[in-house]
Design a protein around this ligand. Structure first.
Ligand SMILES: Nc1ncnc2c1ncn2[C@@H]1O[C@H](COP(=O)(O)OP(=O)(O)O)[C@@H](O)[C@H]1O
Ligand SMILES: [Mg+2]
Length: 193
């Protein structure tokens, strides 16, 4: 039914012209990892680094998206999957219009990551594993959510009582043994951004 009614308009300005205007090709860098592993920190560092090199990039961060366009969604499995589906569609939409899109979401499930890769099939994209062990993440606890879990204020937490599936991915970053700057340099070299 929907397919009969909706005919997306074929806009005259396409990917090539956006690339010419911006002097770059759109792409998606998708960070996944435990809470506290360093996704938001590295997104911000990469964004700053790209900006300094005259590149146009946009961050889609889990908490920001959840408190804005996805504020209608909760934390059931279906809502978590929908949260990621919408974000992947948005990332693709922006990348096709020339932006370098930096996404940082826990993205714990392999099957959901495969769906995301399907949505991003026609834009260059890399899945980056931001690696830090659960003990390190608990110690860092930048948002106090591990503490909140211990106090019984949150019912379920990825890596503690909800599963987190590792791999496959295009790139892995060790945030436990490298400084933020070293990790950024490692990323830039590995994905050639
Ligand atoms: N190499 C590193 N890369 C990223 N973050 C690091 C690194 N080393 C230490 N940190 C610290 O770890 C914490 C990561 O927090 P955050 O980026 O909010 O995690 P996430 O977004 O994955 O939940 C920050 O306090 C940051 O300063
Ligand atoms: Mg974060």
């Amino acid at each position: 039914m929907k397919g009969d009614v909706l005919k997306p308009f074929a806009n005259a300005i396409g990917e090539t012209e956006y690339a010419e205007l911006l002097g770059q090709k759109g792409r998606v860098v998708w960070f996944y990892g435990l809470s506290g592993s360093g996704k938001s920190t590295l997104s911000d560092a990469l964004n700053r680094d790209l900006h300094g090199r005259g590149r146009y990039s946009i961050i889609l961060d889990g908490d920001t998206i959840r408190s804005t366009i996805n504020q209608d969604l909760g934390f059931s499995d279906a809502d978590r999957a929908e949260n990621l589906r919408r974000t992947a569609e948005l990332a693709r939409f922006l990348a096709k219009r020339g932006a370098i899109v930096i996404v940082s979401f826990i993205t714990p499930f392999r099957a959901v990551r495969e769906k995301i890769a399907g949505i991003l099939r026609d834009v260059p994209h890399e899945l980056v594993f931001v690696k830090a062990g659960i003990e390190t993440c608990k110690k860092r606890d930048p948002k106090g959510i591990y503490q909140a879990y211990n106090e019984g204020k949150i019912k379920s937490l990825t890596g503690v009582d909800a599963s987190f599936e590792i791999g496959p991915h295009d790139c892995e970053l060790d945030t436990e043994n490298l400084t933020i700057d070293e990790t950024l340099r490692d990323l830039v070299r590995k994905i050639r951004i």
